[in-house]
Ligand binder design. Structure first.
Ligand code: GLU
Length: 496
Protein backbone atom coordinates (compact mmCIF):
# COMPACT_ATOMS: atom_id res chain seq x y z
CA UNK A 1 0.00 0.00 0.00
CA UNK A 2 1.13 3.56 -0.76
CA UNK A 3 2.03 5.69 2.23
CA UNK A 4 -1.32 6.59 3.75
CA UNK A 5 -2.22 10.25 3.26
CA UNK A 6 -5.84 11.12 3.87
CA UNK A 7 -7.66 14.37 4.21
CA UNK A 8 -10.69 15.96 5.71
CA UNK A 9 -11.89 18.71 3.41
CA UNK A 10 -14.85 20.54 4.90
CA UNK A 11 -16.82 23.23 3.16
CA UNK A 12 -17.22 25.88 5.84
CA UNK A 13 -20.82 26.68 5.05
CA UNK A 14 -22.53 26.06 8.37
CA UNK A 15 -22.37 24.11 11.61
CA UNK A 16 -20.10 21.09 11.88
CA UNK A 17 -22.50 18.19 11.65
CA UNK A 18 -22.34 14.69 13.08
CA UNK A 19 -21.84 13.34 9.54
CA UNK A 20 -18.85 15.59 8.86
CA UNK A 21 -17.31 14.72 12.19
CA UNK A 22 -17.75 11.03 11.46
CA UNK A 23 -15.96 11.43 8.09
CA UNK A 24 -13.16 13.36 9.78
CA UNK A 25 -12.82 10.71 12.47
CA UNK A 26 -12.69 7.80 10.01
CA UNK A 27 -9.94 9.60 8.10
CA UNK A 28 -8.06 10.42 11.27
CA UNK A 29 -8.32 6.87 12.64
CA UNK A 30 -7.25 5.42 9.31
CA UNK A 31 -4.21 7.72 9.18
CA UNK A 32 -3.23 7.02 12.76
CA UNK A 33 -3.79 3.29 12.41
CA UNK A 34 -1.41 3.15 9.45
CA UNK A 35 1.08 5.68 10.74
CA UNK A 36 0.08 7.93 7.84
CA UNK A 37 -0.70 11.62 7.52
CA UNK A 38 -3.95 13.42 8.18
CA UNK A 39 -4.47 16.65 6.26
CA UNK A 40 -7.14 19.30 6.75
CA UNK A 41 -8.08 21.41 3.76
CA UNK A 42 -10.76 24.05 3.54
CA UNK A 43 -13.01 23.83 0.49
CA UNK A 44 -14.44 27.32 0.35
CA UNK A 45 -15.06 27.83 -3.35
CA UNK A 46 -18.76 28.33 -2.67
CA UNK A 47 -18.08 31.88 -1.62
CA UNK A 48 -21.70 32.81 -1.15
CA UNK A 49 -22.05 30.26 1.63
CA UNK A 50 -18.56 29.92 3.09
CA UNK A 51 -17.71 31.86 6.22
CA UNK A 52 -14.62 32.20 8.34
CA UNK A 53 -16.76 31.71 11.41
CA UNK A 54 -17.87 28.31 10.23
CA UNK A 55 -14.27 27.39 9.35
CA UNK A 56 -13.16 28.33 12.84
CA UNK A 57 -16.00 26.35 14.41
CA UNK A 58 -15.12 23.26 12.44
CA UNK A 59 -11.42 23.48 13.29
CA UNK A 60 -12.17 24.12 16.97
CA UNK A 61 -14.50 21.12 17.04
CA UNK A 62 -11.89 18.88 15.38
CA UNK A 63 -9.37 19.85 18.05
CA UNK A 64 -11.92 19.40 20.79
CA UNK A 65 -12.60 15.89 19.50
CA UNK A 66 -8.89 15.18 19.73
CA UNK A 67 -8.14 15.02 16.02
CA UNK A 68 -4.82 16.65 15.32
CA UNK A 69 -3.59 17.12 11.78
CA UNK A 70 -0.12 16.83 10.33
CA UNK A 71 -0.57 19.16 7.43
CA UNK A 72 -3.13 21.72 6.45
CA UNK A 73 -4.86 24.87 7.44
CA UNK A 74 -3.35 26.57 10.49
CA UNK A 75 -0.44 24.11 10.70
CA UNK A 76 0.91 24.54 7.16
CA UNK A 77 2.95 22.00 5.22
CA UNK A 78 4.70 21.50 1.88
CA UNK A 79 1.51 21.39 -0.22
CA UNK A 80 -0.16 24.63 0.86
CA UNK A 81 -1.96 26.87 0.81
CA UNK A 82 -4.68 24.70 2.33
CA UNK A 83 -7.65 26.98 1.66
CA UNK A 84 -8.98 26.57 -1.86
CA UNK A 85 -9.67 30.24 -2.50
CA UNK A 86 -5.94 30.81 -1.97
CA UNK A 87 -5.04 28.23 -4.61
CA UNK A 88 -6.61 29.86 -7.67
CA UNK A 89 -3.25 30.27 -9.44
CA UNK A 90 -2.58 26.59 -9.00
CA UNK A 91 -5.92 25.63 -10.56
CA UNK A 92 -5.40 27.97 -13.52
CA UNK A 93 -2.61 25.92 -15.07
CA UNK A 94 -4.66 22.72 -15.01
CA UNK A 95 -7.67 24.51 -16.43
CA UNK A 96 -5.41 25.68 -19.23
CA UNK A 97 -4.21 22.13 -19.78
CA UNK A 98 -7.76 20.82 -20.07
CA UNK A 99 -8.69 23.57 -22.51
CA UNK A 100 -5.63 22.91 -24.63
CA UNK A 101 -6.18 19.22 -24.98
CA UNK A 102 -9.88 19.63 -25.64
CA UNK A 103 -11.19 18.13 -22.39
CA UNK A 104 -12.77 21.44 -21.46
CA UNK A 105 -14.61 24.10 -23.43
CA UNK A 106 -16.21 27.47 -22.91
CA UNK A 107 -19.95 27.56 -22.46
CA UNK A 108 -21.98 30.77 -22.84
CA UNK A 109 -25.45 29.45 -22.08
CA UNK A 110 -27.55 31.74 -19.93
CA UNK A 111 -29.45 30.71 -16.82
CA UNK A 112 -32.69 30.93 -18.80
CA UNK A 113 -31.40 28.71 -21.61
CA UNK A 114 -30.21 26.13 -19.10
CA UNK A 115 -33.51 26.20 -17.22
CA UNK A 116 -35.42 25.66 -20.46
CA UNK A 117 -33.22 22.71 -21.33
CA UNK A 118 -33.68 21.22 -17.86
CA UNK A 119 -37.44 21.52 -18.01
CA UNK A 120 -37.62 19.99 -21.47
CA UNK A 121 -35.60 16.99 -20.28
CA UNK A 122 -37.74 16.58 -17.20
CA UNK A 123 -40.89 16.73 -19.33
CA UNK A 124 -39.51 13.89 -21.42
CA UNK A 125 -38.80 11.95 -18.24
CA UNK A 126 -35.04 12.20 -18.74
CA UNK A 127 -32.31 13.06 -16.27
CA UNK A 128 -31.66 16.78 -16.34
CA UNK A 129 -28.17 17.38 -17.70
CA UNK A 130 -26.34 19.73 -19.99
CA UNK A 131 -26.73 18.56 -23.57
CA UNK A 132 -23.66 20.27 -24.97
CA UNK A 133 -25.03 23.24 -26.89
CA UNK A 134 -21.64 25.06 -26.68
CA UNK A 135 -19.50 21.97 -27.17
CA UNK A 136 -18.31 22.77 -30.62
CA UNK A 137 -18.26 26.54 -30.80
CA UNK A 138 -15.59 27.94 -33.09
CA UNK A 139 -13.15 30.55 -31.76
CA UNK A 140 -15.06 33.15 -33.79
CA UNK A 141 -18.37 32.18 -32.20
CA UNK A 142 -16.73 32.42 -28.80
CA UNK A 143 -15.42 35.91 -29.54
CA UNK A 144 -18.86 36.97 -30.77
CA UNK A 145 -20.45 35.77 -27.56
CA UNK A 146 -17.88 37.59 -25.49
CA UNK A 147 -18.17 40.81 -27.38
CA UNK A 148 -21.91 40.55 -26.77
CA UNK A 149 -21.08 40.69 -23.08
CA UNK A 150 -21.48 37.01 -22.18
CA UNK A 151 -19.00 35.55 -19.70
CA UNK A 152 -18.18 31.90 -20.20
CA UNK A 153 -18.05 29.06 -17.73
CA UNK A 154 -15.77 26.13 -18.47
CA UNK A 155 -17.30 22.72 -18.88
CA UNK A 156 -15.68 19.34 -18.88
CA UNK A 157 -16.32 17.38 -22.07
CA UNK A 158 -17.71 14.07 -20.84
CA UNK A 159 -17.19 11.22 -23.32
CA UNK A 160 -20.71 10.02 -24.06
CA UNK A 161 -19.98 6.35 -24.59
CA UNK A 162 -17.86 5.53 -21.61
CA UNK A 163 -18.50 3.57 -18.42
CA UNK A 164 -16.60 4.56 -15.30
CA UNK A 165 -15.93 1.68 -12.93
CA UNK A 166 -15.03 2.60 -9.41
CA UNK A 167 -13.64 0.15 -6.93
CA UNK A 168 -14.90 1.44 -3.64
CA UNK A 169 -13.43 -0.06 -0.47
CA UNK A 170 -16.77 0.10 1.33
CA UNK A 171 -19.25 -0.38 -1.48
CA UNK A 172 -17.38 -2.71 -3.83
CA UNK A 173 -17.56 -2.13 -7.60
CA UNK A 174 -19.79 0.73 -8.72
CA UNK A 175 -20.33 1.62 -12.39
CA UNK A 176 -21.53 4.87 -13.92
CA UNK A 177 -22.59 5.41 -17.55
CA UNK A 178 -21.12 8.65 -18.79
CA UNK A 179 -24.15 9.13 -21.03
CA UNK A 180 -26.10 10.10 -17.91
CA UNK A 181 -23.61 12.66 -16.69
CA UNK A 182 -23.63 15.63 -19.04
CA UNK A 183 -20.80 18.11 -19.45
CA UNK A 184 -20.32 19.64 -16.03
CA UNK A 185 -18.88 23.00 -14.99
CA UNK A 186 -15.32 23.07 -13.73
CA UNK A 187 -14.78 26.83 -13.65
CA UNK A 188 -17.48 29.37 -12.89
CA UNK A 189 -17.77 32.64 -14.79
CA UNK A 190 -16.23 34.51 -11.86
CA UNK A 191 -13.07 32.40 -12.19
CA UNK A 192 -13.81 30.20 -9.21
CA UNK A 193 -13.30 26.47 -9.74
CA UNK A 194 -16.08 24.10 -8.80
CA UNK A 195 -15.76 21.47 -6.11
CA UNK A 196 -15.39 18.57 -8.53
CA UNK A 197 -12.42 20.17 -10.25
CA UNK A 198 -10.60 21.68 -7.27
CA UNK A 199 -10.93 18.49 -5.23
CA UNK A 200 -9.12 16.49 -7.92
CA UNK A 201 -6.26 18.97 -8.30
CA UNK A 202 -5.83 19.21 -4.54
CA UNK A 203 -6.08 15.51 -3.82
CA UNK A 204 -3.52 14.84 -6.51
CA UNK A 205 -1.07 17.58 -5.53
CA UNK A 206 -1.40 16.64 -1.88
CA UNK A 207 -0.69 12.98 -2.77
CA UNK A 208 -3.87 11.77 -1.14
CA UNK A 209 -3.87 7.98 -1.11
CA UNK A 210 -7.44 7.34 0.07
CA UNK A 211 -10.51 9.51 -0.19
CA UNK A 212 -12.80 8.59 2.67
CA UNK A 213 -16.02 10.59 2.63
CA UNK A 214 -19.80 10.43 2.83
CA UNK A 215 -21.85 8.35 0.44
CA UNK A 216 -23.55 11.47 -0.88
CA UNK A 217 -20.33 12.18 -2.81
CA UNK A 218 -20.48 8.89 -4.69
CA UNK A 219 -22.26 10.47 -7.71
CA UNK A 220 -19.43 13.05 -7.89
CA UNK A 221 -16.81 10.36 -8.08
CA UNK A 222 -17.15 9.45 -11.81
CA UNK A 223 -16.82 13.16 -12.66
CA UNK A 224 -13.68 13.33 -10.59
CA UNK A 225 -12.29 10.14 -12.14
CA UNK A 226 -12.83 11.67 -15.60
CA UNK A 227 -10.77 14.71 -14.58
CA UNK A 228 -8.00 12.49 -13.17
CA UNK A 229 -7.88 10.64 -16.47
CA UNK A 230 -7.91 13.82 -18.54
CA UNK A 231 -4.97 15.20 -16.56
CA UNK A 232 -3.12 11.90 -16.79
CA UNK A 233 -3.21 11.23 -13.07
CA UNK A 234 -4.01 8.05 -11.16
CA UNK A 235 -7.06 8.46 -8.91
CA UNK A 236 -6.76 7.67 -5.22
CA UNK A 237 -8.64 4.81 -3.62
CA UNK A 238 -12.20 5.64 -2.62
CA UNK A 239 -14.22 4.68 0.42
CA UNK A 240 -17.74 6.08 0.61
CA UNK A 241 -19.23 5.80 4.04
CA UNK A 242 -22.97 5.21 4.40
CA UNK A 243 -25.58 7.75 5.27
CA UNK A 244 -26.57 8.33 8.85
CA UNK A 245 -30.24 7.71 9.49
CA UNK A 246 -32.43 8.50 12.45
CA UNK A 247 -33.93 5.69 14.50
CA UNK A 248 -37.04 5.87 12.32
CA UNK A 249 -34.79 5.20 9.29
CA UNK A 250 -35.32 8.60 7.72
CA UNK A 251 -32.33 10.79 6.92
CA UNK A 252 -30.75 12.16 10.09
CA UNK A 253 -32.12 15.60 10.83
CA UNK A 254 -32.80 17.92 13.73
CA UNK A 255 -35.89 15.86 14.56
CA UNK A 256 -33.60 13.06 15.74
CA UNK A 257 -31.62 15.23 18.13
CA UNK A 258 -28.93 17.84 17.88
CA UNK A 259 -27.00 17.51 14.63
CA UNK A 260 -24.14 19.94 15.26
CA UNK A 261 -21.08 18.94 17.25
CA UNK A 262 -21.00 22.25 19.07
CA UNK A 263 -24.50 21.63 20.43
CA UNK A 264 -23.20 18.49 22.10
CA UNK A 265 -20.13 20.26 23.40
CA UNK A 266 -22.31 23.04 24.80
CA UNK A 267 -24.54 20.57 26.60
CA UNK A 268 -21.55 19.03 28.27
CA UNK A 269 -20.95 15.88 26.29
CA UNK A 270 -17.38 14.68 26.57
CA UNK A 271 -15.27 14.45 23.43
CA UNK A 272 -14.27 10.85 24.10
CA UNK A 273 -17.95 9.86 24.30
CA UNK A 274 -18.64 11.50 20.96
CA UNK A 275 -15.57 9.93 19.38
CA UNK A 276 -16.57 6.53 20.64
CA UNK A 277 -20.12 7.08 19.39
CA UNK A 278 -19.08 8.49 15.99
CA UNK A 279 -16.66 5.63 15.40
CA UNK A 280 -19.48 3.15 15.84
CA UNK A 281 -21.66 4.94 13.28
CA UNK A 282 -21.03 2.52 10.48
CA UNK A 283 -17.95 0.80 11.84
CA UNK A 284 -17.61 -1.95 14.36
CA UNK A 285 -14.54 -3.76 15.60
CA UNK A 286 -16.59 -6.97 15.77
CA UNK A 287 -17.60 -8.53 19.08
CA UNK A 288 -19.61 -7.05 21.87
CA UNK A 289 -17.29 -4.37 23.15
CA UNK A 290 -18.77 -0.92 22.65
CA UNK A 291 -16.69 1.22 24.96
CA UNK A 292 -13.52 2.05 23.11
CA UNK A 293 -10.93 4.67 23.91
CA UNK A 294 -9.32 6.71 21.13
CA UNK A 295 -6.26 4.53 21.57
CA UNK A 296 -8.28 1.36 21.05
CA UNK A 297 -10.12 2.89 18.12
CA UNK A 298 -6.81 3.78 16.52
CA UNK A 299 -5.51 0.27 16.98
CA UNK A 300 -8.62 -1.45 15.71
CA UNK A 301 -9.97 0.77 12.95
CA UNK A 302 -10.08 -0.61 9.44
CA UNK A 303 -12.04 0.40 6.36
CA UNK A 304 -12.82 -3.26 5.66
CA UNK A 305 -15.06 -3.30 8.72
CA UNK A 306 -17.02 -0.22 7.68
CA UNK A 307 -20.58 -1.31 6.90
CA UNK A 308 -22.26 -0.73 3.59
CA UNK A 309 -25.68 -0.36 5.16
CA UNK A 310 -26.77 2.96 6.66
CA UNK A 311 -25.70 3.80 10.18
CA UNK A 312 -28.43 4.54 12.70
CA UNK A 313 -28.07 7.53 14.97
CA UNK A 314 -29.20 6.39 18.39
CA UNK A 315 -29.05 9.25 20.83
CA UNK A 316 -29.77 6.88 23.74
CA UNK A 317 -26.52 5.12 23.00
CA UNK A 318 -24.64 8.41 22.95
CA UNK A 319 -26.24 9.31 26.28
CA UNK A 320 -25.27 5.97 27.74
CA UNK A 321 -21.67 6.40 26.57
CA UNK A 322 -21.50 9.93 27.86
CA UNK A 323 -22.84 8.92 31.26
CA UNK A 324 -20.21 6.22 31.38
CA UNK A 325 -17.38 8.61 30.56
CA UNK A 326 -18.66 11.18 33.04
CA UNK A 327 -18.52 8.55 35.78
CA UNK A 328 -15.06 7.40 34.73
CA UNK A 329 -13.40 10.80 34.50
CA UNK A 330 -11.35 12.35 37.27
CA UNK A 331 -13.72 14.36 39.43
CA UNK A 332 -11.63 17.49 39.01
CA UNK A 333 -12.23 17.47 35.26
CA UNK A 334 -15.98 17.06 35.69
CA UNK A 335 -16.03 19.78 38.34
CA UNK A 336 -14.15 22.19 36.12
CA UNK A 337 -16.62 21.54 33.33
CA UNK A 338 -19.62 21.76 35.67
CA UNK A 339 -18.62 25.12 37.10
CA UNK A 340 -19.62 27.06 33.99
CA UNK A 341 -23.14 25.57 34.11
CA UNK A 342 -23.39 26.26 37.82
CA UNK A 343 -22.22 29.78 37.19
CA UNK A 344 -24.81 30.32 34.45
CA UNK A 345 -27.50 29.09 36.81
CA UNK A 346 -26.31 31.63 39.39
CA UNK A 347 -25.18 29.01 41.92
CA UNK A 348 -21.51 29.98 42.01
CA UNK A 349 -19.41 32.82 40.77
CA UNK A 350 -15.84 32.61 39.56
CA UNK A 351 -13.18 32.78 40.70
CA UNK A 352 -13.89 30.25 43.42
CA UNK A 353 -11.76 30.17 46.53
CA UNK A 354 -9.93 26.90 47.08
CA UNK A 355 -12.31 26.05 49.90
CA UNK A 356 -15.41 26.76 47.81
CA UNK A 357 -13.95 24.81 44.90
CA UNK A 358 -13.41 21.76 47.11
CA UNK A 359 -16.98 22.05 48.32
CA UNK A 360 -18.36 22.34 44.78
CA UNK A 361 -16.30 19.30 43.87
CA UNK A 362 -18.10 17.30 46.56
CA UNK A 363 -21.45 18.55 45.23
CA UNK A 364 -20.55 17.49 41.70
CA UNK A 365 -19.31 14.13 42.89
CA UNK A 366 -22.55 13.47 44.74
CA UNK A 367 -24.68 13.75 41.60
CA UNK A 368 -22.44 12.80 38.72
CA UNK A 369 -23.83 9.29 38.50
CA UNK A 370 -27.17 10.78 37.43
CA UNK A 371 -25.80 12.90 34.64
CA UNK A 372 -26.27 12.13 30.98
CA UNK A 373 -24.48 15.36 30.11
CA UNK A 374 -22.88 17.91 32.37
CA UNK A 375 -25.45 20.59 31.60
CA UNK A 376 -27.96 18.50 33.57
CA UNK A 377 -26.08 19.16 36.78
CA UNK A 378 -28.23 22.20 37.49
CA UNK A 379 -31.34 19.99 37.66
CA UNK A 380 -29.87 18.01 40.53
CA UNK A 381 -28.10 20.38 42.87
CA UNK A 382 -30.32 23.37 43.62
CA UNK A 383 -30.91 22.30 47.24
CA UNK A 384 -27.18 22.56 47.93
CA UNK A 385 -27.16 26.23 46.99
CA UNK A 386 -30.47 27.67 48.18
CA UNK A 387 -31.15 28.95 51.67
CA UNK A 388 -34.57 27.43 51.95
CA UNK A 389 -35.69 24.24 50.31
CA UNK A 390 -39.06 24.00 48.68
CA UNK A 391 -40.87 20.81 49.50
CA UNK A 392 -42.57 19.83 46.29
CA UNK A 393 -44.81 16.97 45.28
CA UNK A 394 -47.45 15.07 47.26
CA UNK A 395 -45.15 12.25 48.28
CA UNK A 396 -42.59 14.58 49.82
CA UNK A 397 -45.29 16.60 51.55
CA UNK A 398 -46.91 13.47 53.00
CA UNK A 399 -43.56 12.37 54.37
CA UNK A 400 -42.67 15.65 56.00
CA UNK A 401 -46.18 16.00 57.44
CA UNK A 402 -46.21 12.42 58.73
CA UNK A 403 -46.99 11.68 62.40
CA UNK A 404 -43.48 10.53 63.12
CA UNK A 405 -41.77 13.40 61.34
CA UNK A 406 -41.44 15.82 64.30
CA UNK A 407 -39.90 13.17 66.51
CA UNK A 408 -37.49 12.10 63.78
CA UNK A 409 -36.47 15.66 63.02
CA UNK A 410 -36.00 16.57 66.66
CA UNK A 411 -34.10 13.47 67.64
CA UNK A 412 -31.78 13.86 64.67
CA UNK A 413 -31.15 17.49 65.44
CA UNK A 414 -30.35 16.68 69.03
CA UNK A 415 -27.83 14.03 68.15
CA UNK A 416 -26.20 16.14 65.47
CA UNK A 417 -25.63 18.95 67.91
CA UNK A 418 -23.23 16.75 69.83
CA UNK A 419 -20.77 16.66 66.93
CA UNK A 420 -18.35 19.36 65.88
CA UNK A 421 -18.31 18.29 62.28
CA UNK A 422 -20.16 15.71 60.23
CA UNK A 423 -18.59 12.80 58.46
CA UNK A 424 -20.10 9.76 56.78
CA UNK A 425 -19.64 7.46 59.75
CA UNK A 426 -21.14 9.71 62.36
CA UNK A 427 -24.09 10.56 60.14
CA UNK A 428 -24.82 6.89 59.57
CA UNK A 429 -24.57 6.20 63.31
CA UNK A 430 -26.88 9.08 64.13
CA UNK A 431 -29.58 7.95 61.74
CA UNK A 432 -29.30 4.39 63.01
CA UNK A 433 -29.58 5.46 66.63
CA UNK A 434 -32.59 7.67 65.91
CA UNK A 435 -34.33 4.73 64.30
CA UNK A 436 -33.59 2.51 67.25
CA UNK A 437 -34.64 5.09 69.79
CA UNK A 438 -37.95 5.85 68.13
CA UNK A 439 -38.62 2.34 66.92
CA UNK A 440 -39.07 3.67 63.40
CA UNK A 441 -37.91 1.96 60.22
CA UNK A 442 -34.70 3.12 58.61
CA UNK A 443 -36.48 4.01 55.39
CA UNK A 444 -38.83 6.40 57.17
CA UNK A 445 -35.97 8.10 58.99
CA UNK A 446 -34.03 8.54 55.80
CA UNK A 447 -36.98 9.80 53.82
CA UNK A 448 -38.00 12.33 56.43
CA UNK A 449 -34.51 13.73 56.75
CA UNK A 450 -34.02 13.70 53.00
CA UNK A 451 -37.20 15.66 52.36
CA UNK A 452 -36.32 18.15 55.10
CA UNK A 453 -32.87 18.71 53.65
CA UNK A 454 -33.50 18.53 49.91
CA UNK A 455 -37.24 19.02 49.45
CA UNK A 456 -37.38 15.84 47.42
CA UNK A 457 -37.82 12.10 47.94
CA UNK A 458 -34.88 11.21 45.76
CA UNK A 459 -31.38 12.42 45.15
CA UNK A 460 -27.82 11.67 46.10
CA UNK A 461 -26.77 9.47 48.99
CA UNK A 462 -28.19 11.01 52.17
CA UNK A 463 -25.08 10.83 54.28
CA UNK A 464 -23.17 12.48 51.46
CA UNK A 465 -25.79 15.26 51.33
CA UNK A 466 -25.48 15.78 55.08
CA UNK A 467 -21.70 15.91 55.03
CA UNK A 468 -21.70 18.36 52.12
CA UNK A 469 -24.32 20.64 53.66
CA UNK A 470 -22.45 20.56 56.95
CA UNK A 471 -23.71 20.50 60.49
CA UNK A 472 -25.09 24.05 60.71
CA UNK A 473 -27.14 23.91 57.54
CA UNK A 474 -28.46 20.46 58.34
CA UNK A 475 -29.58 21.54 61.80
CA UNK A 476 -31.21 24.67 60.53
CA UNK A 477 -33.04 22.85 57.72
CA UNK A 478 -34.34 20.27 60.15
CA UNK A 479 -35.44 23.17 62.32
CA UNK A 480 -37.26 24.81 59.47
CA UNK A 481 -39.04 21.55 58.71
CA UNK A 482 -40.08 21.34 62.35
CA UNK A 483 -41.68 24.73 62.14
CA UNK A 484 -44.36 23.16 59.99
CA UNK A 485 -45.78 21.61 63.14
CA UNK A 486 -47.65 24.05 65.35
CA UNK A 487 -46.27 23.96 68.84
CA UNK A 488 -43.07 22.27 67.78
CA UNK A 489 -39.89 24.14 67.46
CA UNK A 490 -36.37 23.31 66.86
CA UNK A 491 -34.51 21.60 69.63
CA UNK A 492 -31.46 23.58 68.90
CA UNK A 493 -33.21 26.90 68.60
CA UNK A 494 -34.95 26.28 71.92
CA UNK A 495 -31.68 25.68 73.54
CA UNK A 496 -29.96 28.72 72.16
N1 GLU B 1 -16.01 19.82 0.70
C1 GLU B 1 -16.71 18.59 0.58
C2 GLU B 1 -17.76 18.51 1.69
O1 GLU B 1 -17.65 19.21 2.66
C3 GLU B 1 -15.72 17.45 0.75
C4 GLU B 1 -16.03 16.32 -0.10
C5 GLU B 1 -14.86 15.37 -0.22
O2 GLU B 1 -14.43 14.90 0.83
O3 GLU B 1 -14.43 15.15 -1.34
O4 GLU B 1 -18.71 17.79 1.55
Amino acid sequence: MLPVRVRFAPSPTGPFHIGGARSALFNWLFARHHGGKFIVRIEDTDQGRSTLESEENILAALKWLGMDWDEGIQVGGPNGPYRQTERLDIYRQYIEQLLQNGHAYRCYCTEEELAEEREALLRRGEMPRYLGRCRNLSPEECSRMESGGRLPVLRFRVPGDKVINIKDIVRGGVSFECSGIGDFIILKSDGMPTYNFAVVVDDHLMSISHVIRAEEHLPNTPRQVLIYEALGWAPPEFAHVSLILGKDRSKMSKRHGATAIEQYRDKGYLPEALDNFLALLGWSPGGEKEILSMEELKQQFSLEKVAKSPAVFDVDKLNWLNGYYIRQSPIKRITDLAISYLENAGYVSSPLSQERYEWVKMVVDSVREYLVCIEEITDHVDFFFVNEVNIEGDEAKDIINGDQAPAILMATQKKLAAYDELNHDCVKDILKEVGKELGVKRKQIFMTIRVALTGSTHGPDLSQVMVILGKDKVISRLGRALQRFPGMSSFVKEEV
